[in-house]
Design a protein around this ligand. Sequence first.
Ligand SMILES: *Cc1c(COP(=O)(O)O)cnc(C)c1O
Length: 475
Amino acid sequence: MKYISTRGGAAPQSFCDILLGGLAPDGGLYLPESYPQVSPAELAEWRELPYHALALRILTKYIDDIPACDLKVLVDRTYTERTYCWCRPGRDAADITPLTTLAPGFHLLELSNGPTLAFKDMAMQLLGNLFEYVLAKRGETINILAATSGDTGSAAEYAMRGKQGVRVFMLSPHGKMSAFQRAQMYSLQDENIINIAIRGMFDDCQDIVKAAFNDAPFKAQYKLGAVNSINWARVVAQVVYYFKGYFAATESNDQQVAFCVPSGNFGNICAGHIARMMGLPIARLVLATNENDVLDEFFRTGVYRPRGTMDTYVTSSPSMDISKASNFERFIFDLVGRDPAIVRELWSKVDAGGSFDLRGTPYLEKLSGFGFVSGKSTHADRLATIREVWQKHQVMIDTHTADAVKVAREHMLAGVPMVVLETAQPVKFAETIQEALGREPGRPQELEGIEDLPQRVIVMDADAEGVKALVAKTC
Ligand SMILES: *Cc1c(COP(=O)(O)O)cnc(C)c1O
């Protein structure tokens, strides 16, 4: 399997060659040359498999430059009951992603049982094991430099902690994250995890990261690497739970299913699109946004209009607060019949700060053929949904999942089970839960009191040179 760029200007690469990088050299995103297909016989066999075995079947179709026995070891090590142990009482942690049924034909797929209680662990844990393996094979090391406002940073740190050949420098805005989020990250005592709290906002952190990556000699000398959501390995790892969710919500492979996905950077739902392209019987992919509705607007109108950071709202489902969706280019590539010239034309507008409009083009008609519909949710919707699900079902959901539950209900298809992806646990967003329910969300017993553990963090000014000097001194 070779990987090509959505902008058509990069030589085809193998999986391990694109694993450690980010964008393709032509500024595009990597995708497989074609989507491997799943036969009815395979689907029948896969229905019975435990998560790690299913993951191996799917990943083998995409990764042909890691020997099968090695890949099996990495996958088995990643998807263990011990790592994804924090499911709801009464669910089986061995399922990795257990299903919770709220009503007949309406389910939650729990993706937030990993170490940081958010779905990003599902892919990031695999990434950590893949990085360590490939770096050791090649005798290389990497320094991951990234900025976080919460979920991504902690998932990356828990995936990379203690990994040979990997060091993580994670910038976060000083005093801007919740006490729980700070404790999750800063209490890690691993030598290879370096937390840097920047006196400034998230955007200042991101600017510093960009400045370091734009300094080509610095980037080369210190072997800077990224783990952001455009990383192909993260996307493909997420394909697995769409299959798992399908099997859990249906009785036979003649049935269809719908998924509803709380979306920000379009990484999660992009994996759903790929599962559908492989032949999984997905009738509908429902995309849910919060007040930051750039993607909802596109699927309703055909106009993609990224916002400026100043026009991005700070909401109570913060992991969906995006101004543009970094993985969206992958879907558009498929929508325009995989013609890189058209993608280049559309993104020449986006990259210049503009928008594009598919109204009056043949692509707008094709959109419905890909199964997508969308909707949005507001803070008031979120509170009402959290309250209602709690009162009716005694199930507590987080703010992002609430956005998806609200939108899923607007897009039900008769006779088709709806699977809402549960992307985080409520304890991560305790303030809003308190507002909705007047009570504190519970947390896994092992995480009681993590706010009181000793923390390791370096506080610095928002100054790229200062951060680069720290990286240089550490390496
Ligand atoms: C990252 C995240 C999302 C959005 O996922 P995308 O892949 O960016 O669309 C939704 N919910 C939670 C809790 C997240 O952490």
